[in-house]
Structure formats: C-alpha cells, structure tokens
Write a protein that binds this ligand. Sequence first.
Ligand code: GLN
Ligand code: ZN
Length: 767
Amino acid sequence: MSKIQTWNIGFGRIGEQRELKFALEKYWRGEIPLEELEATSAQLRKRHWAYQKEAGIDAVSCNDFSWYDQTLDMVATLGLEPECFRSIEDPVARYFAMARGDEQRPAMEMTKWFNTNYHYIVPELSADLKGRVDASGIRERYAEAKAADIATPKINLIGPLTFLANAKRPDSPDQNSLGLFDRILPLYEELLRQLSDLDNETVIQMEEPVFVTDEATQLGLLIRTAYERLAQISPKLRLYVVSYFDHAVEAARILMQTPVAGIGLDFLYDEGRNLEVLTSIAQSSKELIAGVIDGRNIWRTDLDARKRLLDEIAKTIPAEKLILAPSCSLLHIPYTLRYEEKMDPKVRSYLAFATERLEELDLLNALFRGEKLSETQRGALEASREALAVRRSDSAVTDPAVRERMATLDTLRHKRDVPFKERILRQHERFGYLPLATTTIGSFPQTPELRQVRRRYKRGEITQEEYDRTIEEQIKACVEFQERIDLEVLVHGEFERNDMVEYFGEQLSGVAFSENGWVQSYGSRCVKPPLIYGDVSRPEPMTVRWSTYAQSLTDRPMKGMLTGPVTILNWSFVRDDQPRAETCYQIALAIRDEVDDLQKAGIGMIQVDEAAFKEGYPLRAAKRPDYERFALESFWITTNVAKPETQIHTHMCYSEFNDIIDTIEAMDADVISIETARSGNVLLRIFKERGYEMEIGPGVYDIHSPRIPSVEEMTAQIHALLEVLPPRQLWINPDCGLKTRGWPEVEASLANMVRAVNVVRKELGLI
Ligand code: GLN
Ligand code: ZN
C-alpha cells in the first residue's frame, strides 16, 4: 500500500451546478421518481471520481456521497434509527423522514459540524440501543468505484468516538452519550467485518474530528480500546484515523500504541502543534496523512512554502510513510473556478476551489518528491507563483483610507459610554413600550414571486426602479400587516435581501462574489460565501433607504436591521494575508458607519445580528480568549457610536450559550433575542441563577416548522419565561427570521403570539 502518495479526505456531493440539490428537491416534491434521483447521484459520483483520478490522486473516497448527511448515513448503516422512524418500511422514506420529518414525526435535530457551517443530523441513542448493521450500501459504492476504475477506493466512516460524542440521549439528557461506548463499539466491529472481504486490502478512513477538541483529553482509554479492537478485525483492512480542523496531539499519542495503519493530521489549523507528535509517529513506523492543502479556505496555495513545511515533516517521517492530503474534506469549499467568468480575473487568479485544490495537491506531491514536472505542471507552478506575487503587491488589496482608520482603533475598543442602566431609562422614555414588548427577528416570507423579481432584476430584465417599487410594495404591505395585528416594534421585512451576509458583502469594498461558489450547508441547502480579499469599507449607506421608507409608514418604532461584523466574517471566505481579527475590525468600522447613518436618519432601534457569533468559537479552549476579545471588540466598535437613547438589539439563533453568557452580557446590547423554543427552557435558568440585567427576547415559537402555535401554547411559554425573568426585562418574539415560512402561517402565528401576550398582560394588570 505504500504506493499511496496522495489522499483526498472527501469531496463535495451537491454538484458543481447543484445538480443534487435540484434532483433532491424535485424528488421531495414528487416531480421525479426515485430512479431519476439515483441516476443523478450515480452521475455525480462518477464525475467526482473522474476529477480526482484525472488529478492523479491515489486514495479516493468511494462513499463520501450522501443524500443528506454522512452522520445520518452512519445512523442508517448501523441501524440506529430512533424508535419512531422504525415503523417506516421503505428505507428511502425512512431516511428522508429522519432528515426532514413527515406528517407524523418532526425531523431529527440538526447541528453544526464542529466549527463549520455544515450541519449534521444528531444521532439519538437510548440506553438499550440495538443496532442492525447493514454495510450493503457501502459495499455497492465500493464496487461502483472499482468499476469506475478507481485504484484505491477508500471507505470513509465517521469514527465511533466522534459518532458518540456528537450523539444525544433523549431518554436521559443528563447522561453523557460516551457512556454508550460499550454498545456502539460492537456495531463498528460488525460493520468492519462486513467490509473485510471486499478486496485483498481495503483502506478505511475513520474520521475522528472529536480528537481535535479538548474532549480528547478525556477519551484516552476509549480511543485505545476502540482502535485496538477495530484495527484487528481483519488483516484485509487497513485502518487510518483521520482528524481535522485543529491539532490532535492527545489522541495521536494514544493511537500510536494501537495497530492502526496510519493517522491523519491537519498541519494548517493546528498552530504548529501537530509537529509535536512526529517523533512518536516515526517511532511507531506508522504512515502519516499530512493535511497540507487548505480544505476550508479558497486562497491559492503557496506551494513553495508548503514544500518547506513538508520538508520539515520529512526530517522526522520518512517520505515513503508520508501521504499528502487536504486539511479536511473539500466539502467545505466550492467545486471549481471553471464557471467564474464574470469575476475580476485578478481576484480569480488568487483562488483555488476544490478541483483546483486537487491539482495543487498533485503538484505539491511532485515537488516534494522531486519528480520531474510535466509541461502542464511546470506551467501551473509558474502561474501559481506569479499569482501569489501579484496578490502580495496588489494595491486593490490595501486601502490607505481603511489603514488610516484602523490606526485609530484603540479609541473605539470599548463599551458604550453611558452604562446600560441609564441608557435603558432613556430608551423607555423615548419609546414607551410596555413590558413583554412584541417584535420579530427581521425577515418576513420571501415568496417565489419576490425571488423571481430579484432574479430578473439581477439579469437586467427589469429596471432598478421597477425592482425598488416591488420592494417598497412588499415593505408597505408588511408594515400594514404588523400594525393590523398590533405588533409594537416593527421591522421592514428584509425583502431586498437574498441573504443576510451576501446583501452586505455585495455593497462592501474589498469583497468579491463568485457566481457558482456554492457550499452545502445542510441537506439541499447551499450558501455562497463572500470572498473577502482586500481591505473592507463601505462606500455608501446600505440599508438606510429601506429603513427610513419603512419608518415613514408608521408611528411605531422601526428596527433597523444589520448583520454584525463577526457573522459577516464567519460566513465568508476570509483573506489569509492578515489576522482574521484585523478583517473583523475593518468590517466593524463599515457597519459602524451604517449604525450611525441609521440613527442620524431617525431610526431609534437598530438590530445588529450576530447569528454566527458562537460558531466562530475555536475548538480548543486555549484559543478562545483571543476570539472572544476580537469578537467583542468588533461588536463594540460597531455599536458604541449609538447614542444612549438609540436602542441596540442583537440576535443569535441558538440557545446553547450558557458557557458564553459572560461574553454575551459583555456585548452590551440593550436587547438580545435568542432561540429557545426548540431547546426547552432549562437553558434559560442561567439568567435567573446568575442574574442578567439587559432585556431579552427568548423566542416563544419555533420558526423552522410550518406548524402554527396556539395562543394557549404561547401563553404557557410566556408564563414559563416569567418564572425566570421579570416582565420588564422580557420581549416576546419568534425564534428567528421568518423568511423561509409562508405568509399564511406567519400571519396566524404572529397574531396568536400577540393574543398570548395580551392574555398575560391582562393577568399581570398591565393593560
Ligand atoms: N434578521 C435576520 C432574519 O430575520 C436574522 C437571521 C438569522 O438569525 N439567521 O432573517
Ligand atoms: Zn436567527
């Protein structure tokens, strides 16, 4: 097997033209039969294998394809479907019911895959779990890859410890899912047994990203037990344990004492820490899969610098034991630059998407091993060096005005001058809202007609005036609706935005967009992250026009709606030629200007959404203080321009922030709205136990489902909130924006919400 020199950890599956997305959605709508979905899927697999093969990659995953998510595939393979889905006989229907819910059952929970914007389905395990292992799907994929002439089809499996650590135990939420180790391991053993007769030697990639979290320090014994047993299932299996996103020094040391064939480490996001374990890898004479091509960002690789890194590693690890790989699956970056015809060619030359990454990997391998380069490779190397040189001296990347402003940053890294206690009095005086003030998170339904109009506008088929008129009409109808049902703090509805980050990115300097740079976020959902390549600034106001128009239609407070700097940063591909913090501060300055323009234009409440604040947290605790500092400072820089009587709101769409509650309070937003409905109110107790002074709107209903919550239900929810927080501190709102919902549900749900508030206010003698 020493012939493996390059290894691809994983490839995307949604397709470079999002073919899988469209096929899935058609299938879900009943517009195409299963055979057609299967045909599209097979085509995509074949194409993706061909790309990897053509690029000269040796080890290619045969089963990184998935209809929804690879953790969910693992649930199905191990036969660990939650009880309520087991009655669905048809496996395809069962699979999609788990992913998306059906008439009788809600979908399984979904959450972010480590610190990425990819979401996986959370396995649900019970103490008496019984699996039913079925490797037939994986076996079919293996045969399919062989038939497509892939020399070393590699089988990707989510490793047992990551699978367990990512699972939950709904029947005993206080128990750690790792307690079920003894039940899960035999299922993995059985799975490997079922895979052991595929070939003379079959390569298995066990993915264990949990090894790069601090949890790894507690996993020692389990890691050893698991891999001692799994690596001995069959001499025909070669087991490689792959980690990514940070260093894995604790787990690596333990794995060296087990009979696994090799280990995969990320040498780009580890702050140099993985170098510490090279000696013990060398001593155990195992193979090392070195992640040296960036799988999470899209800037062209500095091949000479990477060769130096490899030479460094090769001082300890013999070159024949060294396999080159991307730092993680290429699922996290777009497919190809091939379709980017409209992009500024200079910016385009700075980039490498997944297929370009494969070429880089192959080229780097040739350089590292001192092979004679082909003509094409020599050309590619030259182009790469040239693009890097141009980028380093590109004046479009550096903006003197931004630099000048950045020099004054020290005067802005602080909370607002007037403390909250005083501010809030002035704000109550200004706005006079009642306790349990009602509002929404910002967006209202984006109908197919609206999306159609936007597409036509972007294609130049309708004029700016026509487009603007449509947006105004939508805003007007939305404001009228909110007044009609008697919401107190209104929003304009965000009809002009396709996406909360893209909308701002498109108007900022230093930010580029791809036409087709889609990345899977969950299921068939993809995002097209902005590319922040240069200094960021805001040439013109971005939202003032819409907010002031909306405000002109009503006497009620109209919240201005902005996306915060940390969220823009975390949902973009960020330049790698300066610290992320610097880029974040630049965005903060730009959004700060918008805050100021809004308040000058008479908008008294401004919401700065930080939906991605939490997902940016580094996986290792040691790195968190740095992140928290720049994230907090960026929020302050954005908002401390607000006058005391301007009310700053923020919104976060998750509820697991008990561990970061101090940071949330330190953000110093006057009002925060958060997700609560899905996660239960237990989490809110933290506010009571620890004391929290600012105003909070814990979502009273889940917007992720089309269900209309009843007045009684929401009244009960408000009562539950009142057990933890006094009425004066509470706002009442949904969990998140309403843009993916339909108007009829939204109208009914919000009307019920207002009714519920009135019931409670009467009880409290407030009205
Ligand atoms: N204001 C945004 C909206 O309502 C917030 C979205 C989000 O939190 N993801 O759509
Ligand atoms: Zn949200």
